[in-house]
Design a protein around this ligand. Sequence first.
Ligand code: PHE
Length: 451
Amino acid sequence: MARETWATRIGFILAAVGSAVGLGNIWRFPFITGQEGGSAFLLVYLLFIALIGFPAILVEFVIGRRTKLNPVGAIRELGGGLWKHIGWLFVLTGFIILSYYSVVAGWFLRYTLIGVTDGYVLANPDEAAVLFGSVATGLDSLLFHAVFMAIVIAIIAAGVRSGIEIAVKVMVPAIVLLLLGLAAYGFTLDASSQAYAYYLSPDFGVIAENWTSILPAAAGQAFFTLSLGMGVMITYASYLGEDRNLAEDAGIIAGLDTLIAVIVGFVVFPFLFAAGLEPGAGGAGEIFVSLTTAFTEIPGGRLIGIVFFGMVGIAALSSAISILEVLVSYLIDEKGVERVPAAAGLGVAVFLLGVPVTMDLVFLDLLDLFADSVLLVLGALLLALFVGWVVPEMAREELSRGIGDLGVLGDAWIWVVRVPIVVVVFVSLYLGVVDYVAFLTGDFADWIAAR
Ligand code: PHE
């Protein structure tokens, strides 16, 4: 059977934007921005998206479009020797990320439903924390994890055009509209000016003092939010039928993802300030506990809550499908498995891997920290080394198709990939591994000792 392709250019762009916009934009981004110095961090982050994120998207795009293969096959075809094994890293990363991403997405579905059936009537933050505990672990968590994975499987089983492309054409506009509505509502709250000041007032002192934590945080966030380092963009670009201007597409994708992340700050902070809450230290439950408390307080909070949690659920779905597609494309291309059994089989395997997360949140940290600060960054590093040093000629040639002569910009791109990206990602990887070892020997060791 001929390999599928996107029906439209906008379908490809929306699929990539849908993958990029997810839990990373909505709960991670506003909180690290708050913590790391407000708009000063924002500035560093924007710089990273433009200088590191954008060229890194192109790295994955050229590999995918050139080979028209899944990430494992693509790297094997382009590079021999040891390189051919790095595709495996992507499959492993995808498995791990999707397993807990689906559990967390299930919580958002559950919170949407709570709004519909009961509303968010909570006397105080302690009650909100108890509610979170009952949603996050146990049978309910398992159930909603299953529901979410079933939806992901159904979309992927339907194929590139009739599954992913149709779904993102509905989901991405819905996310944008709901988000703009929420931001407009946030603007009407009395606390909004205080919230904007917190979000946007630059504190350059913070950057000067904390650059060792800000730089890797900005780099890590840039890769995670753009879905880089595990072959999603390779896979999506492999379904491109004709030669389009990849740089233009990557610019639109990075731009939209960033715009949406920035708008989320204009939603979340007014809610928190209106309820008299200071954005706290983060953590898996933070957004649920503080926002449900806020939805109890602010006028029309029930409806706003339903819209907010529902919107996040949709955003998580459009990201999750991209991860399962990486795994499914591998089975289809390499093993000749049919799409439907591939989606179902892999989806069930991912579901099983996520089951421990629904039982104890320590497994969320165990998987998330590993995938996020080690595997994705390692993947991004290897891809940059591969394209920058092993196949730069191919990359340059492939990028020029659909654009024309790249001139010095082509060389500039290759050199950005060869040196700055490699250096920044390497430093991030080092810090990420240190972090993860600290977790394993600290919190996780304590957890095991307590058994
Ligand atoms: N980009 C997604 C987000 O921001 C997460 C993601 C990472 C999706 C890696 C696919 C691959 O939530």
